[in-house]
Design a protein around this ligand. Structure first.
Ligand code: HEM
Length: 187
């Protein structure tokens, strides 16, 4: 990895910085009554340069950390680290991340190069168990709280970042759409 300062981050450039939002809504599974939790969130995106793969593919890299706290008690109830990656040549975008439950996600999608300088940019990525854009999880999670699919739509401009995402789970003997959305401002 190299070129933190000079890499061409393309559409990822708008992400870089620190974002805060207090309009988060989480819908998560519980054994009896599923729970809706309003949340606060901080996301930090940092330039991480670019990387060459097999002497052919160049990916620009933005590293991130998400921290989410429940409004009701101020406790952290979701933590996530990952990378957004952009492949200019193939017009591909990726969100590769891990959640500290024993779960890794590599979600991908297309990004139209013609939109690279738009003031507002949308990334659409998805992953599905057993596919190339896929998921890996621990034996416990595979058995008890399996993630089947993940979809995310994230829109970013100079001042505002918003997203909505769905994580499809197989938990407590049923399929469940675990959803999250928030709108954050640049700080
Ligand atoms: C803002 C984002 C998110 C928040 C606030 C959040 C919060 C929660 C909460 C409250 C639960 C219920 C279990 C518990 O009380 O700890 C849960 C379960 C779960 N979440 Fe999330 N989550 C988020 C995003 C994600 C994402 C992106 C994934 C994976 C792609 C994920 C995977 C899971 C899994 C596998 C479970 C089942 C574990 C269980 O309920 O025992 N979550 N999440």
């Amino acid at each position: 990895m190299a070129n933190e300062k000079t890499a061409d981050y393309g559409p990822l450039e708008l992400l870089i910085g620190t974002w805060e939002g207090d309009k988060g809504i989480d819908f998560a599974p519980e054994p009896d009554e599923d729970a809706t939790s309003p949340y606060y969130e901080t996301i930090i995106f940092e330039r991480a340069g670019d990387v060459d793969n097999a002497d052919e593919q160049v990916l620009s890299i933005v590293r991130y950390h998400i921290s989410v706290r429940r409004k009701s008690n101020d406790e952290t109830f979701h933590d996530q680290v990952g990378y957004w990656l952009w492949d200019k040549e193939s017009q591909t975008i990726m969100n590769s991340f891990t959640i500290p439950r024993g779960l890794c996600v590599l979600a991908g999608g297309n990004f139209d190069i013609k939109k690279v300088n738009d003031p507002e940019i949308t990334f659409d990525v998805a992953a599905k168990l057993g596919k190339e854009w896929g998921l890996v999880q621990s034996p416990f999670m595979n058995e008890k709280a399996k993630t089947l699919e993940f979809f995310q739509k994230l829109t970013v401009s100079k001042e505002e970042l918003s997203y909505s995402q769905t994580t499809v789970l197989d938990i407590y003997g049923r399929d469940f759409d675990h959803t999250d959305e928030n709108t954050l401002k640049k700080v």
